[in-house]
Write a new protein. Structure first.
Length: 166
């Protein structure tokens, strides 16, 4: 397998010839998914609800994986990015075991035209729901049954729930 080609986000964010990998972590508790709504930020997602915490891979995510084989490196980098993104967006992150589960590859949405998602899941170990880190552009809606996702949920949330067979 050839090594992935990593490019600066600013050069590929609107170029459908380059699919940017995005870790997309779904937090689960007792068969329910944690949902939140976005306030500001990416206009393609503003005001929409989501069940996936994630974002772009950054240089720091690859720091410890430079000498590994390409396939192992790609997964390790995406999982490092998943852990970093969860830690950036949530006020507290207990020891979460983030498991890669499926891929999202769709071209029907503005996000899907330039991103490919690695759907991951993690069991939330606490009784209280996750709290959003102060200053983040999202607010928690709480845990909900997958079949009752909030109105105006973004496409990847529906695809992730379907892929996780919830």
């Amino acid at each position: 397998m050839p090594a992935p080609v990593w490019r600066e986000r600013s050069t590929v964010e609107d170029d459908p010839q380059w699919q940017q990998p995005i870790p997309y972590v779904v937090l689960l508790r007792a068969g329910q998914v944690w949902a939140y709504r976005r306030r500001g930020g990416d206009g393609r997602l503003d005001g929409r609800a989501s069940v996936g915490v994630g974002g772009h891979v950054e240089t720091i995510d690859a720091a410890h994986h430079r000498d590994a084989p390409a396939a192992a490196t790609t997964l390790a980098i995406l999982l490092a990015a998943a852990h970093r993104e969860v830690a950036e967006e949530l006020a507290e992150t207990p020891q979460l075991v983030i498991q890669p589960r499926a891929w999202i590859h769709e071209h029907g949405s503005a996000i899907g035209q330039v991103h490919i998602g690695l759907v991951c899941s993690a069991e939330w170990p606490r009784t209280e729901p996750p709290q959003v880190r102060r200053g983040e552009r999202l607010y928690g809606l709480g845990f909900c049954a997958p079949q009752s996702l909030p109105e105006h949920c973004e496409v990847w949330s529906h695809l992730a729930v379907q892929a996780l067979q919830l």
